[in-house]
Design a binder for this molecule. Structure first.
Ligand code: HEC
Ligand SMILES: [Cu+2]
Length: 326
C-alpha cells in the first residue's frame, strides 16, 4: 500500500512536471532569477579560472622540477615579496566575488510598489490571498507578464520558504512576520513553486503553480476568481452540493455562494479550475479526486484533512460537484 502510494506520487509528480518546464534556476524567466544566473556564471568562471591556474602551475612545477636535486630546491620561507603576493591575490578574488554579489543583491532588490497579494505558507499547502479583490486562490496563482509583481509573504504555522526557482531567490515564510519579494516575470508560462524550508512530513508535497500570463488572461482569471461558485448542472453534481454541505466539509472549506465557510483548508470555490490536488500531490482528474476524498491520509499521510468515511455514491457525487466548480 505504502509502495503503491509512493509510486503513484512519483508518477503524479512526473505528470505535473511534464506539464511545466523543469524548474531549473539556470533557466530563469524572472528578473531576479536572471540576475542570479548572471552572477552564478561569473562566480563559476572566476573559480574555474582559479582552479585551472592552480592546476596549470602544479603541472608545470611537477614537470620542470622533477629532476632537480633536493638541495637545489628553491626556498620561499621568509620571502616577503612572495608572502605579500599570495595573500593579495586571494584577497582580490574574494573582494571581486563580494562586490559582484552585493551589486546583484542590490539590483534584485527593486523598490516595492505595494503588495498585489499575500502568499501564506501552511502545512502543507499554499494560500494566495487577494483581500482587495475579495478572493483566495490556493496552490495556483496567476500574474501578468512584464509587470512587477509584489508579494507579501507569511506563514500560519511553521517556517516555510517561498521559492519559484525560475523566478528568483527564496524568501522565508515566518509566522507573525511579513516578508516581501518583488520581481518582474519575463516570459509567459507555467512555473513550479515549492517550499524550500523543511516544514514537516509532507514538506516534499508542498508545491504550487505560478502562472505567468498576458494581461488579458490575468484580468479574466481575476474576474473568474471573484465570482461565487458555479451552480451545479448535472444530477450527480446537484446531489453532490447537498452532500458536501451536509457531511462537514464546510467546517474546513469555503465554497463562496454556499453555506460552506470554513477557512482551515483550501478555498474550494473554483477547485475544478485548478490543475492539481492538495498542493500538486496529484493531478486534478475525477479519478484522483475520488482517491483523495476516499483516503486523504493514504495519499498525503499526516496531512491536515481527515478521512471522512462516506458511501461510494456520495463520494462520487462530491467529485461530480467539485469538478464543476470551474
Ligand atoms: C478538518 C478539516 C477538513 C475537513 C473536515 C475536510 N477537509 Fe478537505 N482539506 C483540508 C486541508 C487542511 C486540506 C489541504 C491538505 C494539503 O494539501 O495538505 C484539504 C484539501 C482538500 C482538497 C484539495 C484542495 C486543493 O485545492 O488542492 C479537496 C478537494 C478537499 N479537501 C475536499 C474536502 C471534502 C469534499 C471534504 C468533506 C468530505 C473535506 N475536504 C473535509 C481540511 C479538511
Ligand atoms: Cu513548507
Amino acid at each position: 500500500m505504502r509502495a503503491a502510494t509512493v509510486a503513484a506520487g512519483v508518477v503524479a509528480a512526473a505528470l505535473i512536471l511534464s506539464g511545466c518546464e523543469s524548474p531549473s534556476i539556470l533557466r530563469a524567466e524572472g528578473s531576479a532569477g536572471a540576475e542570479i544566473v548572471t552572477l552564478a556564471i561569473w562566480v563559476f568562471a572566476i573559480l574555474a579560472g582559479v582552479l585551472v591556474t592552480v592546476w596549470g602551475i602544479l603541472v608545470f612545477v611537477v614537470l620542470t622540477g622533477r629532476r632537480r636535486r633536493e638541495e637545489d630546491a628553491s626556498r620561499s620561507k621568509g620571502n616577503l615579496k612572495i608572502e605579500i603576493i599570495w595573500t593579495a591575490i586571494p584577497a582580490v578574488i574574494v573582494t571581486v566575488l563580494f562586490v559582484l554579489t552585493v551589486v546583484t543583491t542590490e539590483r534584485i532588490n527593486v523598490p516595492k510598489q505595494g503588495a498585489d497579494f499575500t502568499g501564506i505558507g501552511r502545512q502543507w499547502w499554499w494560500d494566495f490571498s487577494f483581500p482587495g479583490l475579495g478572493f483566495n486562490a490556493p496552490n495556483e496563482v496567476y500574474v501578468p507578464v512584464d509587470r512587477q509583481v509584489d508579494i507579501d509573504i507569511e506563514s500560519s504555522d511553521v517556517i516555510h520558504s517561498f521559492w519559484v526557482p525560475q523566478m528568483g531567490g527564496k524568501v522565508d515564510m515566518i509566522p507573525g512576520h511579513v516578508n516581501h519579494i518583488q520581481f518582474v516575470p519575463l516570459t509567459e508560462g507555467s512555473y513550479l513553486g515549492e517550499c524550500a524550508e523543511f516544514c514537516g512530513v509532507q514538506h516534499g508535497n508542498m508545491r504550487f503553480l505560478f502562472e505567468v500570463v498576458s494581461l488579458e488572461e490575468y484580468s479574466e482569471w481575476v474576474r473568474r476568481q471573484q465570482e461565487p461558485a458555479a451552480e451545479p448542472t448535472g444530477d450527480a453534481a446537484i446531489a453532490g452540493r447537498q452532500v458536501t454541505a451536509s457531511v462537514g466539509c464546510g467546517s474546513c472549506h469555503v465554497i463562496r455562494g454556499t453555506s460552506m465557510s470554513g477557512t482551515f483548508g483550501p478555498d474550494l470555490t473554483h477547485f475544478g479550475s485548478r490543475k492539481g490536488i492538495a498542493a500538486y500531490t496529484l493531478p486534478n482528474t475525477p479519478e484522483n479526486l475520488l482517491r483523495w476524498i476516499q483516503d486523504p491520509q493514504g495519499v498525503k499521510p499526516e496531512c491536515n484533512m481527515p478521512n471522512v468515511p462516506l458511501p461510494l455514491q456520495q463520494q462520487q457525487e462530491i467529485v461530480a460537484y467539485l469538478e464543476e466548480l470551474q
